[in-house]
Each structure stands twice: as C-alpha cells, then as structure tokens.
Design a protein around this ligand. Structure first.
Ligand SMILES: Nc1ncnc2c1ncn2[C@@H]1O[C@H](COP(=O)(O)OP(=O)(O)OP(=O)(O)O)[C@@H](O)[C@H]1O
Ligand SMILES: O=P(O)(O)OC[C@H]1O[C@H](OP(=O)(O)OP(=O)(O)O)[C@H](O)[C@@H]1O
Ligand SMILES: O=C(O)c1cccnc1
Length: 487
C-alpha cells in the first residue's frame, strides 16, 4: 500500500480519462494492452529544435500513483461509477512500461518523445499529467536554450517565480530553465529541492523603506558581505551609481562589491555610462546586472548595441513562455490489443495531413555521421526494426518523399530509453548537472543551420520505409471501409 501523501496527483487527470477507464472496466477490457505515444506537431518559438524536460517529475508522479481512500470516497460521491469499478481503482497500481527520451535531449516535431505501454486503463489515466508536465517543462527548457544561445557565456539568472503560472510552474519551470542553460535562480525552494545555485540582489522596496539610496545601500552593506546594489529607484546615473560607489569605497574590504543592477530605462545607454563610472572609480571588476522584461530578442538587441551588461536576470518572458504559452504535445493511441490477444496498430485520420497520427509502436533513432558526430536527422521506425545494423540508411521526408538521402558510415542511437518496466523504475537518473551538460553537448552536435534564431533550417525527421508503408496501408484500408473490429 502506497503512502497517502498530500502531493498525491492521481486525481490530477481529466474526468474523461476516468470515464473511459470505467467503460473499459465494465466491458471487461481494462487489461487489454495498449501503446500511446507523446509527440508535438510544431516546434515552439519557431525554433529549430526543442529541449526535452519533465521526465523527473513524470517519474515522481508515477511513483506515487494510487487512489487514496479519500480519492475513492470523492469519486463515489461525484461520479456514476459502479462499486466494482471503485474497488478496482482502490487496488490500482501502475504496472506499465515507460520509454522516454532523456531530459536535455533535443527533440523535434512529429517524433515520439515518450511512450507508454501497459493496460489500456493505466495508459489512459496518466495522459493528462504526462502531457501537463512534458508540455510545460519542454517549453521552458527550449525558451531558456534560446536565451542562452544569444547570451554567450554571460551568467543567466532565472527571476520568474512571481510571474509564473502558480507555484509548481515556478519551481519546475526553474529546473527546466536550468536544464536549458540558465546558471542560477532567485527561487530558494527550487535551489533546495534541486540543488540549483541561488542568487539574489535586492528590490526597490529596500531603497523606498530607507528613503534614499545611501541609507539603503549602507544598511545592506552592513548586513551582507556579497553586495549588488539596485541603482534605478530614483536616478541611475545621478544617484544610484554614485551612491553605490560611495558605499563600496566606505566599506572597503568589509564587503564584496559585486556590482549594480539596472532595472529600467535605456539599458544600452545606461550600462555604458555605468561601466565608465565604475571603471573610473576603480571598480573594473564590478559587474553590471540587468533585468526588466528581458528575453532573447532584447538581450540580442542590447548586445548588438554594445551594452556593457555582464549578467542577465530574466523572469516573466522565460517562466511563462510568453510568446508561445503552449507546446501542444499530444498523446495518441498507436496500438491496442484485440479480443484475440493480437496487437492491432491504430491510426487517427484527419482532413488536415499534419493531424493524421502514425500507427505502431516506434523507436526514434538519432542518426549521426561517424566522422564528426554531427546529426544527420532523426529516423522514426517501427520498434521491431534495427537500423543500427544496416550498412546504409535510406532516409526520406514523410510528406515530401522526393526529399531523401542515403547515408553510409553512420551511428544510430535509439532515443527512447527504458524508464519503467512493468511498473518498476529501471532508469538510472542522471544528476541535474549531468542533464544540463548533456543538453549543452547535444546542442553542440547540431549543425548551426538548425540553431539559428531566425528561420532555422528544418531538421529532418524521416520515416523508415516500413513505417511509411504501414501508415499508407492503414489509411487505404480505412478509406476502403475496413476499420479494425477489435471485439
Ligand atoms: N537599449 C535598449 N534596446 C532594446 N530594448 C531595451 C533597451 N533598453 C531597455 N529595453 C527593453 O525595453 C523595454 C522597456 O520597458 P518599459 O517600457 O517598461 O520601460 P522602463 O524604462 O523599464 O520603465 P519602467 O519604469 O516602467 O520599468 C524592456 O523590455 C527593456 O528590457
Ligand atoms: O522583468 P522580469 O523579466 O519579469 O524579471 C523580474 C522582475 O521582477 C522584479 O520586478 P518587480 O517590479 O516585480 O519588483 P521590483 O520592485 O523589485 O522591481 C525585478 O526587478 C525584475 O524587473
Ligand atoms: O534578485 C533579484 O534581483 C530579483 C529576484 C527576483 C525578481 N527580480 C529580481
């Protein structure tokens, strides 16, 4: 029996998942095997890649999955479920298989990034939470990677908690931002929970509370060794910076005068003037921190203007994935057992070609050139195929099949790794720092054409011939009126 802890997220599911479970149960189908896959159709922020994040939370979620007595009581009072189904739920445990790409891996549209195989009932229950977690964290990790790509090696601080969509988003979003390339966070809980370095300056309220820059900076300096003074409360150049310098001089080596933070105004102009003032006063090592609605566009523009900013604090636009608040990953049934115990691959048709799902349990292979390790593209194949054993690989675009190539001398790495087998966690989780370094390393393996901020080249996500034929055959069968009868 699992612990009934307050962070039990088992009811964090859509009502319709439980309703479908009830139907499977009442029809005696709840034990049928099924395979679902998670994928998204469009890369976020018009970026050339996405950075996968969320697996750690998925693991934590699955490890606590069970219906508590209070959950069952709630469902009994609010749903039309039979006593037998409620009893089944009270005994429920996750015994399925999860395969997933690793956190920090680069992922692309229209390829499975997470796969769930188990009874149809358990697969259905976890759809909502899995999508919720992976959609958000992958989005934030990708946004962070975009910001990192323009920031060069400058320190990036995550400042978004106050603007995040609630507590869990702030905490897990911070972790995703760290994976994507941020160095530290202002969120102390995220620091404690995940071991992310924490960092903090002070707010305008401190200056307002003391009534003037001097008294505030002096009081701060008398109570802290590490000092970054916020200089824009009244007048950055006339009061804030001269006062920061005065306090730093007065305190001498009783403090480490790390620098000043600018939070408003024309930050290109101000940072240049502030740099001159700090240098002239004998503080060339003092850094200039900037914050105020920053993102990859403003940072890149400020750098182009020659702004003398050393450290960037980024909040709202990162943690809320401001310019694209949803990734749109979906969870689709690709195979299900029929009443004779055979797995039948399934497809969802649509008039919109992009929305037609791809049948069958699959594996994604990252194809890299043996010589330089650079990515050639991803190769989506049926799970039964072994492209790593082939001498050459024919790769073609699944929609525009005339775009194709045959490659030799390649390495093929399976991206979907075993995480849970029969409900048991088998994955050795890397540390967060290892995940972050992995994300950095795999980005280095990507050709710059796929990484540019504006109009990146489309990364090839190709299908194996077998998979493509399988999809086409199923579409033809359905068009000919031969939908599968599973009963
Ligand atoms: N030189 C610059 N080039 C491009 N963008 C800049 C530059 N300086 C500041 N910005 C950005 O322009 C926006 C200006 O913000 P805003 O209109 O709120 O003005 P502000 O000076 O910060 O005033 P407030 O006191 O209301 O914060 C912010 O997103 C900021 O990061
Ligand atoms: O702009 P963001 O990217 O979201 O970064 C976080 C913002 O949060 C703080 O402002 P806020 O006005 O909340 O408080 P303050 O009084 O300390 O400026 C800080 O000064 C940043 O401007
Ligand atoms: O430490 C800071 O400067 C900070 C923290 C949160 C939000 N804005 C700024």
């Amino acid at each position: 029996m699992k612990r009934d802890v307050s962070d039990n997220l088992t009811l964090h599911t859509d009502d319709y998942e439980l309703n479908m479970m009830a139907t499977y149960f009442e029809k005696g189908m709840q034990q049928r095997r099924a395979v679902f896959e998670v994928y998204f159709r469009k890369l976020p922020f018009q970026n050339g890649y996405a950075v996968f994040a969320g697996l750690q939370h998925v693991i934590e979620y699955l490890e606590q999955l069970h219906f508590s007595a209070a959950d069952i009581e709630y469902l009994a009072a609010n749903q039309d479920y039979s006593a037998a189904f409620l009893d089944y739920l009270s005994q429920f445990e996750f015994h399925g298989n999860i395969r997933s790409v690793k956190e920090g891996d680069l992922v692309f549209n229209n390829e499975p990034i997470l796969q769930v195989e188990g009874t149809i009932a358990e697969c259905q229950l976890i759809e909502t939470a899995l999508l919720n977690i992976v959609n958000y964290q992958t989005l934030v990790a990708t946004k962070a990677a975009r910001i990192r790509s323009v920031a060069g090696n400058d320190p990036l601080l995550e400042f978004g908690s106050r603007r995040a969509q609630e507590v869990a988003a702030a905490v897990w979003g911070t972790r995703a931002a760290y994976i994507g390339g941020f160095d530290a966070t202002s969120n102390v809980l995220a620091g404690k929970k995940f071991g992310i370095p924490i960092s903090g300056t002070h707010a305008h309220s401190l200056v307002e509370a003391f009534g003037n820059d001097y008294d505030a900076f002096k009081a701060y300096a008398e109570t802290h060794y590490e000092c970054v003074f916020l200089v824009d409360t009244f007048d950055t150049l006339k009061s804030g910076v001269p006062t920061a310098i005065r306090v730093a001089q007065e305190m001498g080596n009783r403090i480490n005068f790390k620098g000043v933070r600018i939070d408003s105004g024309d930050m290109a102009y101000l940072s240049k003037r502030v740099r001159e003032m700090l240098d002239r006063a004998g503080f060339p090592a003092a850094k200039i921190y900037a914050s105020n609605d920053l993102d990859e566009n403003t940072i890149s523009s400020l750098k182009m203007q020659g702004a003398k900013i050393d450290t960037w604090g980024v909040g709202t636009k990162l943690i809320t994935a401001f310019d694209q608040p949803a990734l749109g990953a979906v969870y689709k049934l690709v195979s299900v057992e029929n009443d004779r115990g055979q797995m039948i691959d399934t497809i969802k048709l649509s008039n919109n070609a992009e929305k037609v799902s791809t049948p069958g349990k699959k594996q994604v292979w990252r194809i890299t050139e043996k010589q330089d390790g650079k990515s050639e593209g991803d190769y989506v194949a049926l799970a039964t195929e072994h492209p790593q054993d082939a001498d050459q690989l024919y790769m073609f675009h699944p929609q525009y099949t005339y775009i194709n190539k045959t490659i030799h001398d390649f390495n093929a790495e399976p991206l979907l790794k075993d995480i849970f087998i029969d409900g048991q966690l088998v994955y050795q989780q890397p540390t967060l720092l290892e995940i972050k370094k992995h994300a950095q390393r795999v980005q280095e393996q990507l050709w710059p054409e796929y990484k540019r901020m504006l109009n990146p080249q489309e990364y090839p996500v190709d299908f194996s011939k077998k998979l493509w034929d399988h999809k086409m055959n199923l579409i033809t069968e359905i068009h000919n009126g031969q939908e599968h009868k599973l009963q």
